[in-house]
Design a protein around this ligand. Structure first.
Ligand code: IDC
Length: 343
């Protein structure tokens, strides 16, 4: 009798050890396989973002706010912010929206803004996630030489790193013509980057605040590899008609990348439109699009992820997050699991 009991106990103990071991190993696997270790060098294959094994990749994460000196987003360009989103939100990408217009931007204060971007890029590399270096401007064609010099420096410093994605023009305005202004600007920037970095992804902004991807499809860039076109939407304002434009571009074989989107109106404010957001999420899942959402800031506007009272740095508690922050956390933290189930 005693023997039976001790055999059962021993078996139970062994089982418990095995479960504990599997649990510890799974923690180890999770902690060691980062998104960049998993996907490696990204490229565009037949209009789709893929990893080094040619598997489809769909990344998700937040966009930082404008980086201007003195603006409310600048204080969040820290290593702690990047680590927070990588580890607490399971983000596979983060976007540094480097201000390239107006007071306190890279145009007036290049060292401060470049330092902020580099802090974020270095932290993304440390955390094994992808990072977008975005020239956040609505008038990039007015400062082509500055943009060329900046991206040349970024390519020289980070071109060897698979983590880095270049976004050369956030949002050209509606009146900024694709054919005669944006396309030639993009060709110059792409040539400057490709002179140093032969393969990292380059995101090209499109006419009308990066919405007219259908216009780009009529006259795409030729003889350049690993280019994706930016598609931006704000769910409260943009609905099925913008998805139709996106579908035209996808059908024409363009790779699209949602480098910025919001759950609210295009103003960055207004109510969260969950119904429209869910439709957009389905569209992005179906087409395996990658996306970054607006934005990491504590400004008093509905798209802000942090409450106005949240002035300290990361890590943040649930109570520091706005309604939008909580919703986006749910979306981003589940994204890679959802996408892999679909595939
Ligand atoms: C908005 C900010 C807002 C700021 C404004 C300045 O949310 O606080 O006053 O910029 O221009 C974009 C832009 C992004 C905008 C965002 C919301 O890329 O810079 O941020 N938006 O309007 N495109 C569509 C919407």
């Amino acid at each position: 009798m005693e023997n039976t009991v001790s055999r059962i106990d021993a078996k139970k103990a062994l089982q418990a050890v095995a479960v504990a071991l599997i649990f510890i190993m799974s923690l180890g696997v999770k902690a060691t396989v980062t998104p960049v270790e998993q996907h490696g060098q990204l490229s565009i294959l037949d209009g789709q973002l893929v990893g080094s094994n040619s598997q489809k990749v769909s990344l998700a994460g937040p966009s930082l706010f404008w980086s201007n000196n003195g603006w409310p987003g600048a204080k969040y360009y820290t290593a702690q912010t990047v680590e927070f989103f990588a580890t607490q939100w399971n983000a596979s990408i983060i976007r540094a929206a480097m201000a390239a217009q107006g007071e306190g931007s890279y145009l007036t204060d290049p060292e401060d803004n470049r330092r902020r971007v580099e802090t974020v890029v270095d932290a993304a590399i440390d955390n094994g996630i992808y990072v977008i270096i975005d020239w956040h401007s609505h008038h990039a064609e007015q400062n082509v030489d500055r943009a060329v010099a900046f991206f040349t420096a970024m390519a020289a410093k980070y071109g060897q790193s698979p983590n880095v994605i270049y976004e050369i023009y956030n949002e050209p305005l509606r009146e900024t013509d694709w054919h005669t202004v944006i396309k030639p600007y993009s060709q110059k920037l792409i040539a400057a980057i490709r002179a140093i970095d032969s393969d990292n992804i380059i995101l090209v902004g499109t006419q009308s605040w990066s919405q007219d991807v259908d216009l780009a499809a009529q006259d795409p860039l030729k003889e350049v590899d690993n280019i994706a076109y930016s598609l931006h939407f704000y769910a409260g304002t943009h609905k099925a008609d913008l998805r139709e434009k996106a579908q035209v571009a996808l059908d024409a074989g363009l790779a699209l990348f949602v480098s910025e989107w919001g759950t609210v109106d295009a103003t960055g404010d207004g109510d969260i439109d969950r119904e429209s957001t869910e439709q957009w999420l389905e569209f992005m899942r179906d087409n395996s699009l990658s996306h970054c959402t607006w934005s990491v800031v504590n400004k008093n506007e509905k798209s802000a992820i942090l409450k106005p009272k949240t002035v300290s740095g990361a890590p943040w508690k649930q109570d520091d997050l706005t309604e939008n922050g909580l919703y986006l956390k749910e979306i981003i933290s589940q994204w890679s699991a959802e996408v892999s189930i679909i595939e």
